[in-house]
Design a protein around this ligand. Structure first.
Ligand SMILES: *[C@@H]1O[C@H](CO)[C@@H](O)[C@H](O)[C@H]1NC(C)=O
Ligand SMILES: *[C@@H]1O[C@H](CO)[C@@H](O)[C@H](O)[C@H]1NC(C)=O
Ligand SMILES: *[C@@H]1O[C@H](CO)[C@@H](O)[C@H](O)[C@H]1NC(C)=O
Ligand SMILES: *[C@@H]1O[C@H](CO)[C@@H](O)[C@H](O)[C@H]1NC(C)=O
Ligand SMILES: *[C@@H]1O[C@H](CO)[C@@H](O)[C@H](O)[C@H]1NC(C)=O
Ligand SMILES: *[C@@H]1O[C@H](CO)[C@@H](O)[C@H](O)[C@H]1NC(C)=O
Ligand SMILES: *[C@@H]1O[C@H](CO)[C@@H](O)[C@H](O)[C@H]1NC(C)=O
Ligand SMILES: *[C@@H]1O[C@H](CO)[C@@H](O)[C@H](O)[C@H]1NC(C)=O
Ligand SMILES: *[C@@H]1O[C@H](CO)[C@@H](O)[C@H](O)[C@H]1NC(C)=O
Ligand SMILES: *[C@@H]1O[C@H](CO)[C@@H](O)[C@H](O)[C@H]1NC(C)=O
Ligand SMILES: *[C@@H]1O[C@H](CO)[C@@H](O)[C@H](O)[C@H]1NC(C)=O
Ligand SMILES: *[C@@H]1O[C@H](CO)[C@@H](O)[C@H](O)[C@H]1NC(C)=O
Length: 694
């Protein structure tokens, strides 16, 4: 009865309050935020960042961040936007537009546009967009990640952008200008920076950073853009210039969505550049009704009190219901935490363990994400926490199903997965901490550090081979590693090999991962079997191919993609030496005399056999183990590297194969050695080298 009455009363009050609320205009509030000194992983919560854009090296990399001259950086477009939208004017269609004001904003940011190949292109924009969509397809090149050939100039785009354009199109004044773009890349107004003594992209290797101010006055409806170069000597922010480069009338209300998003877009074309934002101060006015209710309730006195009570009752019911739902998922949770299953960690637990994902705790960074070292006080345990960068992770259930398989794998040469955390789109995996890092960090040390001894190298490849054999054969559900490489072979305290990241490619939405990414974020170039570029799927044979690349890498102390003596890649070079009977010349010079010739020859021949271009000709893991242990002689390797053939034929004899299939060169454009080398050094678990100009 009482409940019934209060419900009636509350309905009346809600009605009254609605009337009041509608009659009041939304209140103008201000959002203000300073992003800098460096952008980091924590920021990815607040930004929409999707490949090829990413947050790395402390900056928003709106297009790919590598400085190397590779093809994958050409013809790219990206966007990074704040996930929050802002209501830019009030409703009230009856008010003439010349008499309403719209929200004002000030945005100032520090950019580094650095030429990839001593030539620049295409540019970066400060963008106000109607949604969090990715840039439209084919918005690379002249379209700056804003529009494409179909949509350019269409008023349904509802975008306003300030472009920093570094490539001249026919409609541009030059390759060094600022423009105001409304719904298209043909700027409504533009101005060259050259007369102002500003060069956005000076010739390499000189980098220069520019501070840009975009200021909008929503009362006068005027937009202004200012630019100044950052002090080269002391890196301090230059003073706000007194006169703008661009000044224009602009009524946002006629162009944008009422609720819009703020951020950046950029593109590269045939020529590429680094398009990154290092700092960003943003102040935006916006309309919001938030405090209305509170004000009305307080003003309404006693009836308000009643309303509050009703509200409290409703909240009580809500929380009760939530508890019920929670306990349901707790049952699921309990099931999941049966022994042998990965454990779910709370985000805050991992945050605490890594000291809020402190940069100092960063072990490394790869295509998937960033790895931090952590310490779980509750379990007195050192851990490695991998925070995945991507958004396209499968649903939680699929994800758990995969993790359960991965977690059931037990082998002394596998890195143990301890748990996971998947919440609000964030995905983190928790592993045992590996004190000696990854294999590549020990192979490619500087002059100052001792090189990995032959005995340790042999022990490591034996361990890795036995782990691979276990994945392929010994476990009931055959598992393909999919991403075997030196940076995924971790080392425990005693330098025992421990394979990491196995099966992960399947957990992530795209089965093909590395192969698919060969064009985007190349993790693994020299380790990818040639057939994978065609099939896009990983198999046991492609794992063996990658293992072969690791074997050669370990013996030669060179990365798989290295160009030596005019050869394309390490395997080709070793194959030439083999033909000339000079196989042992391939052994890492850093070893000096410290190696066993017979063992080295065995591993090199095995490495070549595993690198066979035809998948079916590669040895199986069983044979690999026997050859490494010395119980079986090394394989017979033909003196010339066979040609890659596609489609793969049932092996009959060499001649019929080469004539029926299309012979494809394995050395396609993806195999740019310098580039993969640079990437690989970045990819390593802990040996993360900061090469960007930030
Ligand atoms: C807005 O426009 C109307 C008609 O065009 C005009 O009468 C009015 O004075 C204008 N208001 C302002 C503030 O300019
Ligand atoms: C933007 O900056 C100008 C001065 O540079 C200031 O007058 C104005 O109030 C600022 N606007 C906002 C929305 O902060
Ligand atoms: C952001 O604002 C702070 C404080 O006013 C200032 O020191 C800094 O230089 C500004 N950064 C940018 C990129 O404008
Ligand atoms: C960079 O320059 C080199 C030659 O100097 C050329 O081979 C390569 O294709 C260029 N890369 C791009 C992305 O323009
Ligand atoms: C441009 O983008 C739209 C979607 O925004 C798409 O439908 C259209 O096909 C694209 N045009 C080109 C030339 O790619
Ligand atoms: C603009 O885009 C809308 C929606 O995509 C489309 O219906 C319209 O035809 C386009 N207008 C022009 C001139 O292309
Ligand atoms: C800006 O350009 C767009 C597209 O060309 C056009 O529709 C619009 O009227 C222009 N606006 C101004 C203020 O010049
Ligand atoms: C880039 O070009 C400039 C002038 O053309 C030249 O002085 C400079 O050495 C070049 N830099 C590189 C890294 O090639
Ligand atoms: C790079 O900067 C230095 C010092 O400011 C200058 O002497 C040199 O000429 C610049 N190089 C180029 C290629 O502009
Ligand atoms: C940085 O250098 C500029 C000129 O070289 C000078 O005007 C400015 O005061 C310096 N700032 C700081 C913080 O040292
Ligand atoms: C970039 O795209 C243009 C036009 O589609 C094409 O002609 C060019 O070959 C592409 N460049 C690269 C390096 O892929
Ligand atoms: C990451 O950036 C945020 C916001 O700029 C800052 O509050 C936080 O301290 C940073 N964290 C680290 C580990 O640098």
């Amino acid at each position: 009865m009482g409940l019934f009455l209060t419900a009636r009363i509350s309905k009346v009050f809600i009605f009254l309050c609605c009337l009041l609320a509608i009659s009041e205009a939304d209140k103008l509030k201000t959002f203000s935020k300073q992003y800098g000194n460096t952008f980091n992983q924590t920021d990815s919560e607040y930004f929409m960042v999707e490949a090829p854009a990413m947050i790395s090296n402390g900056a928003l990399q709106v297009t790919p961040d590598s400085l190397s001259d590779d093809f994958s950086k050409a013809n790219k477009s990206g966007r990074i936007l704040l996930k929050q939208s802002f209501k830019l004017w009030n409703d009230g269609d009856d008010i003439p537009s010349n008499e309403t004001r719209v929200a004002s904003f000030n945005s100032s940011f520090l950019v580094n546009l650095y030429p990839a190949n001593n030539s620049s292109g295409e540019g970066l924009t400060f963008l106000i967009a109607p949604g969090l969509d990715l840039p439209p397809p084919n918005s690379f090149g002249q379209f700056l990640g804003l529009t494409n050939a179909t949509t350019d100039g269409n008023s349904s785009n509802k975008i306003v952008a300030v472009e920093l354009d570094t490539f001249k199109q026919d409609f541009d004044p030059d390759n060094n200008h600022v423009g105001l773009d409304i719904n298209g890349v043909r700027s409504n107004i533009s101005a060259s920076l050259t007369p102002h003594g500003i060069t956005l992209v000076p010739p390499a290797p000189n980098a220069s950073f520019h501070n840009v101010w975009v200021e909008y006055d929503g009362v006068k409806k005027i937009i202004e853009v200012y630019i100044a170069e950052q002090e080269k000597q002391n890196g301090s922010t230059p003073p706000h210039p007194s006169s703008p480069i661009i000044r224009s009338h602009l009524d946002l209300r006629g162009v944008l969505n009422q609720d819009s998003y703020f951020g950046f877009s950029a593109s590269t074309g045939n020529t590429a550049e680094l398009n990154c934002v290092l700092r960003w101060n943003l102040t935006i006015e916006y309309y919001h009704e938030e405090n209305q209710w509170l004000r009305i309730v307080l003003g309404a006195g006693v009836p308000g009190l009643v309303l509050l009570l009703v509200g409290a009752a409703w909240l009580g019911y809500y929380f009760h219901k939530r508890r019920v739902e929670r306990s349901k998922s707790n049952i699921l949770g309990a099931l999941k935490s049966l022994p042998g299953s990965p454990k779910e960690y709370e985000f805050k637990e991992l945050k605490k363990a890594t000291n809020s994902f402190d940069e100092k705790h960063k072990l490394g960074q790869g295509g998937y994400g960033v790895v931090y070292k952590g310490f779980l006080t509750s379990e007195n345990l050192e851990i490695a926490v991998k925070w995945f960068l991507r958004d396209n992770i499968k649903g939680q259930d699929d994800f758990l199903a995969e993790l359960t398989i991965i977690n059931r794998l037990r082998h002394k040469h596998l890195v143990k997965l301890l748990g996971w955390c998947h919440k609000n789109g964030k995905l983190l995996l928790v592993y045992e901490y590996m004190p000696k890092g990854s294999l590549d960090q020990h192979l490619f040390v500087g002059q100052d550090k001792p090189t990995l001894s032959w005995n340790l190298r042999y022990k490591i490849v034996s361990g890795a081979a036995s782990a691979l054999h276990y994945l392929h054969n010994e476990y009931e559900q055959r598992v393909v590693h999919r991403d075997l490489k030196a940076s995924n072979i971790m080392l425990d305290f005693n330098f025992n090999a421990r394979l990491g990241d196995f099966g992960l490619a399947r957990v992530l939405e795209n089965e093909k991962t590395s192969y698919h990414e060969a064009e985007g974020i190349p993790g693994t170039i020299g380790y990818i079997a040639p057939e994978c570029f065609h099939t896009g799927t990983a198999t046991q044979q492609s794992d063996v191919y990658a293992f072969g690349a690791v074997l050669l890498e370990v013996v030669c102390g060179q990365r798989p993609g290295t160009k030596i003596a005019g050869c394309n890649g390490l395997a080709e070079w070793v194959w030439f030496l083999h033909r000339d009977g000079l196989l042992l010349r391939a052994v890492d010079e850093k070893l000096g005399e410290d190696y066993v010739a017979e063992e080295a020859e065995r591993l090199l021949l095995l490495g070549l056999a595993c690198s066979h271009p035809i998948a079916s000709e590669r040895p199986k893991t069983q044979a690999i183990l026997q050859i490494i242990s010395g119980s079986v002689p090394p394989p017979n390797v033909p003196p010339f590297k066979p040609a890659f053939v596609w489609p793969a034929m049932v092996p009959v004899d060499i001649d019929s194969r080469t004539t029926t299939g299309t012979t494809t060169s394995i050395t396609n454009s993806h195999f740019n050695s310098e580039w993969s080398q640079q990437y690989l050094s970045r990819e390593s678990y802990a040996g993360y080298s900061d090469h960007s100009m930030v």
